[in-house]
Design a protein around this ligand. Structure first.
Ligand code: DHB
Ligand code: FE
Length: 285
């Protein structure tokens, strides 16, 4: 059977991708960010997944504002890095896992979560920057990736509770797949940031660190936090954090198992306009 062995949480910031792609990662400003991922890159090598289920948000790149699915699963064989205005990032093509993705789609949809099935999709910094942070700059990504896009761009966005319960359904789906696969689930985006309006530049270290504490210790309680609290405390783009609850809902402890081990925790300000947060949680073996 396939198994979810770990979850990874990380911010995405387009400027991080640009720093890597343009050879600026040695600059002290960026070194302070990348230092937090040294452990993670080694951990990825030591705990190489067969598949990453990568929860992220599209930034009006693949879907535009003409068509906005709340939850969309990428079932294609491959996904091309998107052109976000400066040309596509020079990173490897993202190889999908159509069989597992189709299985998850059928399982989760039969489990009452209505997903949009996407057979062709370009992937933006929301997906490629977390891959770069966790894997560095390889010639190819270490494993297939199932992109799972969540609408956090245009209101109404899904509630924390819906995301948390969806994570549980994704766990049931993965664990009913009849092949021994080591699956990691990633929740990405956040932490506090606001890119627009009078509060542009907002960062809230206290909220972010409390969010990390609560995500680890009591995600069910955290999942009841209303949107207005994310937006007030973490800024308009801080709402990206609801996606972390999908990954957290797929962990063993909230499905009758043991508490995960916190393998790594990192928090850093600033990176562009965003507070960078990062966690690695491993299920007990
Ligand atoms: C930034 C952060 C984001 O999440 C994003 O999608 C775009 C820009 C930033 O910090 O600049
Ligand atoms: Fe974003």
């Amino acid at each position: 059977m396939a198994k979810i062995t770990a979850s990874v949480y990380t911010s995405h910031v387009p400027a991080i991708g640009a720093a890597l792609d343009l050879g600026k990662s040695d600059e002290p400003y960026w070194q302070a960010v990348f230092k937090g991922y040294e452990f993670s890159k080694q951990w990825m090598k030591d705990n190489r997944p067969d598949v990453v289920f990568l929860v992220y948000n599209d930034h009006a790149t693949a879907f535009s504002l003409e068509m906005i699915p709340t939850f969309a699963i990428g079932t294609a064989a491959q996904f091309t890095p998107a052109d976000e205005g400066w040309g596509p990032r020079p990173v490897p093509l993202v190889i999908g896992h159509p069989e597992l993705a189709a299985h998850i789609a059928q399982s989760v949809i039969q489990d009452d979560f209505d997903l949009t099935i996407v057979n062709k999709m370009d992937v933006d910094h929301g997906l490629t920057v977390p891959l770069s942070l966790m894997c560095g700059q390889p010639d190819e990504w270490p494993c297939p990736v199932i992109p799972f896009a969540v609408n956090v761009v245009q209101y109404p966005v899904p509630s924390g509770r819906r995301c948390f319960n969806l994570g549980k359904a994704i766990r049931r789906a993965v664990e009913s797949y009849d092949e021994d696969l080591n699956v990691h689930i990633w929740g990405t985006g956040g932490m506090s940031h606001q890119l627009q309006g009078p509060r542009a530049g907002l960062i809230n270290r206290e909220f972010d660190n409390a969010f990390l504490d609560r995500l680890i210790a009591d995600p069910a309680e955290l999942s009841t936090m209303p949107h207005i609290d994310y937006v007030r405390e973490a800024g308009s783009e801080g709402i990206e954090l609801v996606m972390w609850l999908i990954a957290r809902g797929a962990m063993a402890d909230v499905n009758g198992g043991k508490a995960p081990a916190v393998k790594h925790r990192f928090y850093h300000v600033p990176a562009s306009n965003t507070a960078v947060g990062h966690l690695i949680l491993e299920n007990a073996r």
